[in-house]
Design a protein around this ligand. Structure first.
Ligand SMILES: Nc1nc2c(c(=O)[nH]1)N(C=O)[C@@H](CNc1ccc(C(=O)N[C@@H](CCC(=O)O)C(=O)O)cc1)CN2
Ligand SMILES: Nc1nc2c(ncn2[C@@H]2O[C@H](COP(=O)(O)OP(=O)(O)OP(=O)(O)O)[C@@H](O)[C@H]2O)c(=O)[nH]1
Ligand SMILES: [Mg+2]
Length: 537
């Protein structure tokens, strides 16, 4: 036997990998219990995994597993062994690969065993039942990662990053979570806290030896260190804001006149026939939302009822809902038909329209008479104009447009200024709107539309992938609290507040930072973090 293996005779809870256990590791997080779960997604799959963690993991694996090899002499850590699982009565359950990962070096810090089965829900259920019959119990959501946390394998920020990684629906969202999983966040926050701890020591000295106060507490150096910590916290808060759209997904709304091709565009961006499309104006009557990843950015995209003046109360209500969505969204995609002059419904919503219309009074004049709908005023800052149907001849080309010149030549040539006025793209550009020409039918221009949409929602700025971890919502709240405390401390210092009171503020700020990594984590905090997990994580 060339290396250590775990034979049936060796009993449960044999731990290998000496030297990796941290001194701070709690004696036992399992309370003696071994947990088991199907850790792959519900439903059928090529392979499905049942995982066990706890003191009886090895014993359970040894009773269920029979190697296919006659020379099998027990599990070798981190090796896949081929064989069969049998239940207690000896009935074969599946042909599998099995692995054993001894604590404390494993994911959970405990002994872990895995069965890589055929991905049938029936097989997986039977394997899980067999493990439970041998004394394991069903794992609660997030319990593997909770054990990893309690065993000092990761801090709270990393544990939360695991849940976020599993939930990520874009490559960038996953990257952000992976950065935190590596422990970047914890390291950054601990470094900031250490600076504050050094200040606390100074304060304690000043309190204990007041006669030496001048020597111990140099307000300038003290403030300089506070400034450094506050700058560090602000940088983390800024990273949170930049990452927010990737975490939560941004929202964009397709709005515009009837028949402009909003639903066609939704379908083209989603990649399937999600919304009904027809040549009849007023096809979409209620809004409809779909989650898509556009140019790496997760976006909740809503298709809405077309803008038109309509007496039908149902259609009016649909329109009102669409407009309400547009007011909330990060960006409105104003879809217009590029083969026709700009629709009156768009014209009267342009920012300058109220001034041009002598009959209408103030903003309220554009809300319909019954007062139930507050209408939308198209604001170039929150709108990206999408000039659709680029596959059709443009309604009128702007003067000097080379692409459409032959067409203009064959048509009776109207004055070029009138041309420019009739072209929706020219008109909207003149009104200050950014325009993208696309064809929902041919797909032309969709790539640049997605790129512009991403840029507009993220607000240009620094790329999210610029180094540095992005705090989660929970971490953002704690960082803000710490920052508030330090700002108050700055004011106290300037006002000549006695050192013992300054010390209290410092302690509070340190407490907030500790809560991020979980060094101080009351049960309800742990519960709120791990409750969001799925079973098997
Ligand atoms: N099959 C399987 N895949 C998985 C996991 C798992 O538990 N099982 N993971 C979990 O959800 C993630 C991987 N995370 C893991 C992190 C650490 C260790 C671990 O045992 N680390 C030891 C020894 C490493 C080695 O010998 O190479 C260590 O870091 O000391 C295992 C998985 C994703 N993929
Ligand atoms: N040639 C051409 N026709 C298009 C394009 N996009 C949409 N259409 C056509 O325009 C008509 C209206 O399309 P829809 O997607 O239903 O338009 P809508 O804006 O959702 O209309 P409402 O729901 O009624 O407001 C349909 O006949 C589509 O086939 C395009 O890019 N090129
Ligand atoms: Mg529609």
């Amino acid at each position: 036997m060339q290396d250590k293996s775990f034979q049936a005779a060796s009993g449960a809870a044999v731990s290998g990998a000496p030297g990796t256990a941290s001194a701070a590791q709690p004696a036992d997080s399992s309370g003696g219990e071994t947990i088991a779960a199907i850790v792959t997604a519900p439903g059928r799959g090529g392979v499905g995994i049942v995982r066990l963690s706890g003191p009886r993991a090895l014993a359970v694996a040894q009773s269920l597993f029979r190697s296919a090899r006659p020379d099998f002499r027990g599990f070798k850590p981190y090796r896949l062994h081929h064989g069969r699982l049998h239940d207690l009565s000896g009935r074969p359950l599946d042909d599998v690969l099995a692995a054993f990962m001894p604590g404390p070096g494993s994911y959970t810090g405990e002994d872990v065993a895995e069965f890589h089965c055929h991905g049938s829900p029936a097989v997986l259920r039977a394997v899980l039942d067999a493990a439970v019959a041998l004394g394991a119990r069903h794992a609660r959501p997030g319990e593997y990662t909770l054990r990893a946390f309690l065993n000092g394998r990761m801090d709270l920020s990393q544990a939360q990053a695991v849940a976020e990684l599993v939930a990520a629906d874009s490559p960038e969202g996953a990257r952000l979570a992976l950065d935190r999983l590596e422990g970047l966040m914890g390291r950054r926050v601990r470094a900031l806290r250490e600076l504050l701890e050094a200040s606390r020591v100074e304060i304690c000295l000043a309190v204990d030896f007041p006669e030496d106060e001048v020597e111990c507490l140099d307000p300038q150096a003290f403030q300089a260190r506070l400034d450094e910590v506050m700058a560090g916290i602000r940088a983390l808060l800024a990273a949170h804001e930049r990452a927010r759209p990737f975490r939560e997904g941004a929202s964009a709304v397709l709005a515009g006149p009837v028949n402009a091709g909003k639903s066609s565009l939704l379908n083209a961006l989603v990649g399937r026939e999600r919304a009904l499309v027809s040549e009849r104006a007023g096809t979409t009557r209620d809004f409809l939302e779909e989650q898509v990843v556009l140019d790496g950015l997760p976006v909740r995209l809503a298709d809405t009822a077309g803008l038109r003046d309509c007496p039908d109360p149902v259609e009016r209500e649909g329109l009102a809902r669409g407009l309400a969505l547009a007011r909330e969204a990060a960006l409105t995609l104003l879809v217009v038909d590029g083969s026709r002059p700009l629709d009156g419904e768009v014209l009267r919503r342009l920012p300058g329209a109220a001034r041009q219309d002598p009959e209408s009074g103030e903003e309220d004049a554009r809300a319909p008479g019954d007062g139930q709908v507050r209408d939308l005023i198209l604001d170039p800052a929150r709108v990206l104009a999408v000039v659709n149907k680029a596959d059709l001849p443009p309604c009128a080309s702007a003067a000097g447009d080379a692409e459409t010149a032959p067409l203009a030549a064959s048509a009776p040539s109207p004055a070029s200024t009138r041309d420019a006025e009739r072209d929706p793209c020219a008109r909207l550009t003149r009104e200050g709107f950014e325009c993208v020409r696309v064809s929902a039918r041919t797909g032309q221009g969709l790539e640049s539309l997605c790129a512009r949409l991403r840029e507009r929602i993220l607000g240009g700025g620094e790329p999210v992938e610029s180094r540095g971890p992005a705090p989660s919502e929970r971490e953002r709240a704690l960082l803000s609290l710490a920052l508030e405390e330090l700002s108050a401390l700055t004011a106290d210092l300037a006002a000549g507040t006695p050192p013992d009171l300054l010390g209290v503020r410092l302690e509070t700020a340190c407490g907030h930072l500790s809560a991020i990594t979980g060094e101080i984590a009351p049960d309800e905090v742990l519960r709120s973090v791990f409750d969001g997990f799925c079973i098997g994580k």
